[in-house]
Write a protein that binds this ligand. Structure first.
Ligand code: UD1
Length: 420
C-alpha cells in the first residue's frame, strides 16, 4: 500500500493544471450505455474511479480504451446486465449503470451499494423513481433486481431530497423511456448539467437544464448517437488546490478551470481575506495578512459543496478566530476532524456541527485517510505542519486526485509517494 510523505512548511508558487471532473466523467461513461456509436471522451482524469468504471463497462461487454485522458467506449456488444459486488463495493457510483441498463435492456441486476465512511448513503430515491417509471424492483441477496419488461415509461418524479447521482440515473433512463419524464427537485450541479447537455446535443429533448425541474422526452428505446465529449474541469480538485494556496498563504495559479463553477468557493476565500484574480479559464489566489474565521454550511449547488468541507476545515485551523462548519448533506462526514486533532488541531464536534479554533500550530504525524476528500484535508494540513507527516491509505486519494504528489511537488511542496 502507498503512503504520502510530506515535509511541511514550504510556500507554494507557480501554476497547476486542473484535471477533468471525476464526478462528471462517471455519468458520462454511464451514458455510453445509451449509445449506438463508439463514443469519444476527452479530458477524463486518470484516477482510479474512472479506471474502475471502465472496467465495469468492459465486464458488461463494452469495448473500452483509455490513454492520456482520452477514452473510446463502444457498448453495442453489451449483453451482460449484472454489475457485480466486486466492482460496486469499490465505487458506489457504479449505481450509475442501473438507469441506462434498465432503460436499454428492460432488466438488470446491480449490487446494492452498502454504507460508506461518510454515512448510510441509501439509493432508495433512485429505486422509487424507477418504480414510478414502471419498473419492478426487488432486493435479493444483496442485489437490486430491476425489471421493466415493457420498457420504462415517462413519469413525474418528485425527489424528497436533492440527489446528484439519483438525478443523473433518472435522466439517463428517461432519455430512452417512452414519453415524457419530469424530475422535480432535481440536482443542478455542473456535472448534472453536462450530462443533460450531452444528451440534448444528440437530440434528446430536455428542458430546464441547470434548474431544479427537468423535463425529458424519451426516445422510446431507440439508442442515441453521442457526439465527442470533452469533460468539464473538476471544481472539487480546483477547490482543493485553492485551499493548498490558502493554507500555505501562497501565490498560485490554477489553469483549465471553469471559473463560474467556483463562484461560491471564490466568494468565501475573498471574504476571509485572500486576493483572487480570475480570467477565462484560470484563477490566481494571492496571500493575505490575516485569515478571518468563517461560517460555512454545506448545501446543494450552488451552495458550498460538501466535497470541500474537509479541506476548508483544515484551512480553518489557521484562521484568526473560531470557525463554524455545519455539514448538512451527510451524517458522518467529520472523520478527518479526529485525524486533524492528532496533528494538533483544536476542533469540537457536536452532531453535524464542528467548531474549529484557529491559529493552531499543526505538527507532522502519521495519519490515516478515511475517505477521498477527508484524505485531501490531511494533505493540506501536512503542508503547513511542523515536521514530517505520513498519510496512510492513500488509495482513497487516488480514487479522485490525479497525480497529486506530482502536482504539489511542481508547486514547491515536499511530497513523496512511498510504499508501506
Ligand atoms: C454525489 C457525488 C459526491 C457528493 C454528493 C453530494 C458523484 C459520483 N458523487 O454523490 O461526491 O458528495 O453527490 O454533492 O457524483 N440520499 C438518499 N437516498 C438516495 C440518494 C441520496 O437518502 O436514494 C441522500 C444521501 O444519503 C445524502 C443526500 O441524499 O444525504 C445527497 O446524496 P446524493 O446527492 O445522492 O450523493 P451522491 O449522488 O451519492
Amino acid at each position: 500500500m502507498d503512503f504520502l510523505w510530506i515535509a511541511g512548511g514550504r510556500k507554494l508558487s507557480g501554476n497547476v493544471r486542473i484535471s477533468g471532473s471525476k464526478n462528471a466523467s462517471l455519468p458520462l461513461l454511464g451514458a455510453t450505455l445509451l449509445a449506438k456509436n463508439r463514443v469519444q471522451l476527452t479530458n477524463l482524469p486518470n484516477v482510479v474511479d474512472i479506471v474502475t468504471f471502465l472496467s465495469l463497462l468492459s465486464r458488461l461487454g463494452a469495448e473500452t480504451t483509455m490513454q492520456n485522458g482520452e477514452a473510446f467506449v463502444e457498448t453495442l456488444g453489451v449483453r451482460e446486465t449484472k454489475a457485480v459486488y466486486d466492482i460496486v463495493r469499490k465505487m458506489r457510483a457504479s449505481i450509475l449503470v442501473l438507469g441506462p441498463l434498465l432503460a436499454r435492456f428492460g432488466h438488470c441486476e446491480v449490487s446494492l451499494p452498502g454504507g460508506c465512511a461518510i454515512g448510510a448513503r441509501p439509493v432508495d430515491l433512485h429505486l422509487r423513481a424507477f418504480e414510478k417509471m414502471g419498473a419492478e424492483i426487488r432486493i435479493q441477496s444483496g442485489y437490486i433486481n430491476a425489471k421493466a419488461p415493457k420498457g420504462l415509461k415517462g413519469a413525474v418524479i418528485d425527489f424528497d431530497k436533492i440527489t446528484v447521482t439519483g438525478t443523473e440515473n433518472v435522466v439517463m433512463a428517461a432519455a430512452l423511456a417512452k414519453g415524457t419524464t419530469t424530475i422535480q427537485n432535481a440536482a443542478c450541479e455542473p456535472e448534472v448539467v453536462q450530462l443533460c447537455e450531452v444528451l440534448h446535443n444528440c437530440g434528446v429533448g430536455i428542458c430546464g437544464i441547470g434548474t431544479n425541474e427537468l423535463t425529458i422526452e424519451g426516445s422510446g428505446g431507440e439508442l442515441l448517437n453521442l457526439a465527442p465529449i470533452s469533460v468539464i474541469s473538476d471544481r472539487i480538485e480546483a477547490g482543493t488546490y485553492l485551499c493548498a494556496g490558502a493554507i500555505t498563504n501562497s501565490d498560485i495559479t490554477l489553469s483549465h478551470v471553469c471559473v463560474k463553477h467556483l463562484y461560491t468557493i471564490l466568494d468565501l476565500l475573498r471574504t476571509i481575506g485572500f486576493g483572487i484574480e480570475t480570467g477565462d479559464d484560470f484563477v490566481r489566489i494571492l496571500p493575505c495578512n490575516k485569515i478571518a474565521s468563517f461560517e460555512l454550511h454545506t448545501a446543494e449547488y450552488p451552495g458550498f459543496p460538501t466535497d470541500l468541507q474537509a479541506q476548508f476545515m483544515a484551512l480553518a485551523t489557521q484562521a484568526e478566530g473560531e470557525t463554524l462548519i455545519e455539514e448538512r448533506l451527510f451524517e458522518n462526514r467529520f472523520m478527518h476532524a479526529v485525524e486533524l486533532q492528532r496533528m494538533g488541531a483544536k476542533i469540537e464536534l457536536e452532531g453535524n456541527k464542528a467548531r474549529i479554533f484557529g491559529r493552531q500550530t499543526l505538527f507532522g504525524a502519521d495519519v490515516m485517510a478515511t475517505d477521498l476528500r477527508a484524505s485531501s484535508a490531511l494533505v493540506l494540513a501536512a503542508l503547513i505542519a511542523e515536521g514530517e507527516s505520513r498519510i496512510h491509505r492513500i488509495y482513497h486519494l487516488d480514487r479522485g486526485y490525479e497525480r497529486i504528489e506530482e502536482k504539489l511537488s511542481a508547486l514547491g511542496a515536499m511530497v513523496k509517494r512511498s510504499k508501506e
